[in-house]
Every structure is written in structure tokens, then in C-alpha cells.
Design a protein around this ligand. Structure first.
Ligand code: 5GP
Ligand code: MN
Length: 344
């Protein structure tokens, strides 16, 4: 209660506010950041949104993207650093471990500012002065909507804010299909649509904005880079740096690819390995009864949700994939018959 009172006190008068979210922000990460930024600006605060990396261009329509500072862009670093140093309040959205914001993490840890963490991922690190954290929430945008309502400011949610929040909830529920699509999710999006969020337009912006290269890349990945191990109820994609270059891959182009592997009949665990400049980025997805977050945390230096997690590897692509196959084989029992790790 004391933390809540301090939080309310912190934002009760105009402050310098720094908002950040996880590396390679998705719609929930950027939508919650910009939804909050637009709300706080209306409340008279001075707000900076800083992302640890760039974000997919299909999110460019969100109000405020023109002001976002990208900490991986050398030209943005001085201003972003100044904003962090000057901040009275720092909001960390859609992540719970400081490692998820790269170099910004240690800078935030050392900051004297009041730190607020709003998130729905597993196993949070204790770095915040005030935390709104629930793994039952489908999206950080859902928690943020409830926060603004709790603060008595529902009337300040305009169409732009509603669309940012709607986008995060839509994508984190997989288009209202995942098991995290609760009654509350529908009640919240009903309110957002009532405020003016245009759901078909948002779906169009996010899901129907493929480049020809991206579509060809997906076709190539499915026909040439998909490995199906029916014996292990598992399928995965291994995408090399060369593959990404050949299709002029842009940020966000591999998003959703892993779901094609999970869509196979009889497949309960899917993975995507993509070779990046700084190692192998891994995405895991699983069917309802299989938990991938613990697997990602234990073996791939990652984390996430029960059915959608991620991690990384510093081995080569080939070595990573071999290690993954061996680990799935060795952990069959824990992976496929474990129902004690539930998040919902
Ligand atoms: P995606 O596969 O979409 O990149 O990530 C799926 C989920 O796992 C997201 O909720 C994301 O935040 C989480 N995740 C992805 N990569 C990492 C990672 O390296 N570390 C942690 N802790 N979580 C991750
Ligand atoms: Mn999220």
C-alpha cells in the first residue's frame, strides 16, 4: 500500500518521465509505452520513450513513434542518456528482468529515480519501487488500461491511446486465440472499441502489411528450413544470417514464423532459431499443456510465458540446434507431462 501511495504521489504533479520497454519491442511493448506516454503527456508530464533497439515498421502508425528514441542508434544515445539522467520517474514496461533492455538495464539499476515496473512475464527481478505485475494478464496493455482506470482517468483514454492498447492486447493474445484470452480481455477491448479503437484497421496495419520479400521469405523458410521431429512432437526453423540477408529481412520479418511450426498436427513444441549479429535469437512456442518458459530459462538464458518464451545462444546455429534436439529428447517427461508449471 505504501508503494502504491508513493507511486500516486510521484505522478500527482508534472514530472520528468522516462519510459522504456524490452529490446525488439512488439505491439504490446511499444503500444503500452506509447499508450502510457500519450496519457502522461495529457496529465502535463514531460515524457521520453526510449527503446533499446528499433521496432517493426508495421507499428509506425502508433501516435508518438516520431518521438521515440532508439538506444541502438548512436545519434539518439546522447539525448536518451540525458533523459534517463534527468528522470524523476522511470517506467519499465512489458519486461521484468533488466537484461531485457541491454545497456539501459545497468543505467536504470543505478538511477535514483522512482522506478515503476508494469509487466506480465514470469520470474520478475526485484528492481522497482512499485510494481504492477500479473502473469494472469494477457498483455501489459491490459494492466495499463486498468491502471489508468484505477487512477480515475478513464476519460483521458482517447482514440490514439485506445488503439495503442488494443494493438498490444490483440497481438499478445494471438488475435484473441491464446488461452490468455480471458473474459477480462474482452471486457477491456470492448471498452477500447467503445472509445474508438478501429479493430479491423489495426489488424490490417499489423497483420496485412507484408512486403513481397517477407512473404517470399516465409515461403522459403517453410519449404527449406523447417525440421519436423514427429517422434519428439517438436518442429523448428533454423534461419541463417545468409538466409536473412538473401530476403533483405527487416525487423519484425521473422515474427510469427514459429507459429507455422506449431500449427502442424501432432506438434506441441515449436522453435525458431535465427542467427543475428550478437548470437542466436530463439523463440519457443508450445501448445497449452506444454510449458516452455522454464526450458528457456534453464537452458537458453531466456524466459517468457508458459506457451511463448525466448532465449539466446552463443554457440553456432548448427551447434545450438543440435543442443536443442538433445535437450528436448532428454527432457521429454518434464516438457510434455508437466502440468505443475501453470501461469494462467
Ligand atoms: P518472442 O519469441 O516473441 O521474441 O518472445 C516470446 C516471449 O518470450 C516474449 O514474452 C518475450 O518477452 C520473451 N522472451 C523472448 N526472448 C527472451 C529473452 O531472451 N529473455 C527473456 N527473459 N524473455 C524473453
Ligand atoms: Mn507483452
Amino acid at each position: 500500500m505504501e508503494a502504491l501511495a508513493s507511486f500516486k504521489r510521484e505522478i500527482s504533479s508534472p514530472k520528468k518521465i522516462f519510459i522504456t520497454t524490452h529490446v525488439k519491442p512488439d505491439a504490446d511493448a511499444l503500444g503500452s509505452s506509447l499508450g502510457l506516454a500519450n496519457y502522461l503527456i495529457k496529465k502535463g508530464h514531460d515524457v521520453a520513450v526510449v527503446t533499446p533497439s528499433d521496432y517493426p515498421s508495421f507499428l509506425d502508425w502508433m501516435k508518438g513513434t516520431d518521438q521515440v528514441l532508439d538506444f541502438s542508434n548512436p545519434e539518439h544515445i546522447p539525448l536518451a542518456t540525458l533523459k534517463l539522467e534527468q528522470a524523476d520517474v522511470i517506467f519499465c514496461l512489458d519486461f521484468s528482468v533488466l537484461e531485457r533492455v541491454n545497456e539501459l538495464g545497468e543505467m536504470i539499476r543505478k538511477s535514483e529515480a522512482f522506478i515503476v515496473n508494469i509487466d506480465h512475464h514470469q520470474e520478475p527481478e526485484n528492481f522497482a519501487d512499485y510494481r504492477i505485475w500479473s502473469t494472469k494478464a494477457a498483455a501489459t496493455c491490459e494492466l495499463l488500461y486498468e491502471l489508468i482506470v484505477d487512477l480515475g482517468d478513464k476519460d483521458l483514454i482517447d482514440r490514439d491511446i485506445a488503439e495503442c492498447l488494443y494493438a498490444g492486447i490483440m497481438t499478445d493474445t494471438g488475435g484473441f486465440r491464446h488461452p490468455n484470452t480471458t473474459k477480462n480481455v474482452h471486457l477491456v477491448v470492448a471498452e477500447l472499441i467503445g472509445i474508438g479503437a478501429n479493430c479491423s484497421q489495426i489488424a490490417n496495419w499489423i497483420y496485412d502489411s507484408n512486403s513481397v520479400n517477407r512473404l517470399k521469405f516465409i515461403g522459403f523458410a517453410i519449404s527449406r528450413r523447417l525440421v519436423v521431429r514427429e517422434d519428439l512432437q517438436m518442429a523448428y526453423f533454423a534461419i541463417s544470417k545468409k538466409d536473412l540477408k538473401k530476403y533483405q529481412s527487416q525487423t519484425g520479418d521473422t515474427e510469427g514464423l514459429v507459429n507455422y511450426a506449431l500449427s502442424l498436427d501432432g506438434i506441441k513444441l515449436a522453435a525458431l532459431f535465427s542467427e543475428r549479429e550478437d548470437g542466436i535469437k530463439i523463440s519457443f512456442r508450445s501448445s497449452t499443456e506444454v510449458a516452455v518458459n522454464k526450458f528457456a530459462t534453464t537452458y537458453f538464458n531466456g524466459g517468457g510465458h508458459k506457451n511463448a518464451a525466448g532465449g539466446k545462444s552463443m554457440l553456432t546455429l548448427k551447434e545450438t540446434v543440435e543442443r536443442f534436439e538433445t535437450l528436448v529428447d532428454q527432457n521429454q517427461e518434464e516438457l510434455f507431462q508437466n502440468d505443475q508449471i501453470t501461469t494462467h
